[in-house]
Design a protein around this ligand. Structure first.
Ligand code: NDP
Ligand code: HSE
Length: 439
């Protein structure tokens, strides 16, 4: 009988508690598949007294994650505490420096310190595995790094935040408020400790930076990602998108452009018939555009205890099998530095919603300003919400919603045209601008 691989687990929250349960329930199956049993021998969390609904019998309790990381009785340190620094970082550094392999689900930490941690893992010839950090149960890290090691990539894009997709889906399908949907996502264990990270797009940006590193051989850098969240999306946008044949999704997009790798996160209009548009609720999806083959989309549960624990268990299984490669697919010394995308140069179609003065000449003024920037319109609609007569949809200032869809143009041109329309005083409030992604 081969000796068990001994695991120390730091963090027994949504993911950690599910992992302990999963490893116990699937012990025989995992041992058969990985060639040796996997045994949780020690755990840590903040409160020892907390009821977690998980059986911790015969597992040593340690109060300090760093001491657990270095403990001589463990082979692998599993970090499920979270946070972009602090104790999670200190404990991972301690484990790697003690020649122990590490498994983590912590995208915040990897997006900030992934390069330094990968260098430490390389130096000590141990594994740093993080499948659960992106896409929950979807094996996207292994797909890009191992499954497609022979492919070059044009574009990787996806729904990488379950909380945002859950909120947008419920707002669209049930007409619920943003606040109500966020509260439910928190109760279901999808949201980060601070949900601002989810709804303002930072969680997606961290995951995108990790995927871009593997796909394009760049140094992981959260600060190289342009970020906009979903908090500005109004029910009026979801209704207009539906009527125009689109859905709104928070996408992370990493794409090769003549200027370099563009990494961006923003609410995006996707055509309703696109694969990514079918993805609802907490589900995540990643579409891979690789050279020479048709795009493929991987879809699966992106958050929640068991979904995430499934990816963590698979990373532990790799270590049990003796697999240990470069964390980001190439040695750290080969990864290229990447700069933040200059969004004014972004090219694509745009959805624009304006509150326009309901007077003769308004449409002509808007059209003139767009023409001055060489922007061609696919459609312009003075849109009254379905079933509402014009008089009712007008605001008290007499303005009415106007929706524009442009053909491909530059972001710079759109911003300049809208600034000029603002100076012409034919609109009230700030225009809503949502990028359209081709798929
Ligand atoms: P939780 O907040 O549910 O759990 C965090 C755990 O860490 C808790 O058990 C907490 O202890 C423990 N902890 C916090 N501070 C310390 C400390 N100083 N010392 C020891 N233990 C500490 O987080 P999740 O399980 O949701 O997330 C864990 C990681 O997984 C994060 O990196 C997250 O981003 C990532 N992740 C989460 C997903 C999800 O769906 N939840 C999906 C994908 C990744 P106590 O319980 O006593 O308070
Ligand atoms: N808060 C994250 C989400 C958890 O909602 O997708 C999974 O990383």
């Amino acid at each position: 009988m081969v000796a068990p691989l001994k695991i120390g687990v730091a963090g027994l929250g949504t993911v950690g508690a599910s992992l302990v349960t999963l490893l116990r329930e699937q012990r025989a199956l995992i041992a058969a598949r990985c060639g040796r049993p996997i045994e949780v021998v020690a755990v840590t969390a903040r409160s020892r007294a907390k009821k977690r609904g998980v059986d911790l019998k015969n597992i040593k309790w340690m109060s300090d994650p760093v001491a657990l990381a270095k403990a001589s009785g463990i082979d692998v340190f599993v970090e499920l505490i979270g946070g972009g620094g602090g104790v999670a970082k200190a404990a991972i550094e301690a484990a790697l420096s003690s020649d122990k392999s590490v498994v983590t689900a912590n995208k915040a930490l990897l997006a900030k310190h992934g390069v330094a941690l990968a260098a430490l893992a390389e130096k000590n010839r141990v594994a740093l595995n993080y499948e659960a950090a992106v896409g929950g149960a979807i094996p996207i890290v292994k797909t890009l790094r191992e499954g497609m090691a022979g492919n070059s990539f044009e574009r990787i894009y996806g729904i990488l935040n379950g909380t945002c997709n859950y909120i947008l889906t419920r707002m669209e399908q049930e007409g619920l408020s943003f606040a109500e949907c966020l509260k439910q996502a928190q109760a279901l264990g999808y949201a980060e400790a601070d949900p601002t990270f989810d709804v303002e797009g930072y969680d997606t940006a961290q995951k995108l930076a990790i995927l871009a590193s593997i796909a394009f051989g760049t140094k992981v850098s959260e600060s190289a990602v342009y970020v906009e969240g979903i908090s500005s999306i109004a029910p009026a946008d979801l209704i207009a998108a539906d009527e125009l044949g689109y859905r709104i999704k928070l996408l992370g997009v990493a794409v090769k452009t003549p200027q370099g790798i563009e990494q961006r996160v923003h609410p995006t209009m996707v055509r309703k018939d696109a694969a990514i548009a079918q993805v609802m609720g907490v589900t995540n999806a990643v579409t891979i555009d690789a050279v020479g083959i048709n795009p493929m989309t991987l879809v699966g549960p992106g958050a929640g205890g068991m979904a995430t624990a499934s990816a963590v268990a698979s990373d532990i299984g790799d270590i049990a099998r003796g697999v240990c490669g470069a964390p980001f697919g190439q040695p750290v010394a080969k990864l290229a530095t990447v700069r933040k995308a200059p969004m004014q140069r972004h090219e694509g179609g745009y959805y624009i919603r304006l509150q326009a003065r309901d007077k003769p000449g308004t449409a002509a003024t808007i059209a003139r300003r767009l023409a001055q920037q060489q922007i061609s319109l696919e459609s312009i609609v003075q849109r009254h919400p379905k079933g509402q007569p014009a008089a009712k949809s007008a605001k008290s200032d007499g303005s009415v919603p106007v929706i524009l869809i442009t053909y491909a143009t530059s972001e710079d041109a759109v911003r300049k045209a809208l600034a000029a329309v603002g100076r012409d005083r034919v609109i009230s409030g700030r225009p809503q601008v949502i990028r359209i992604e081709k798929n």
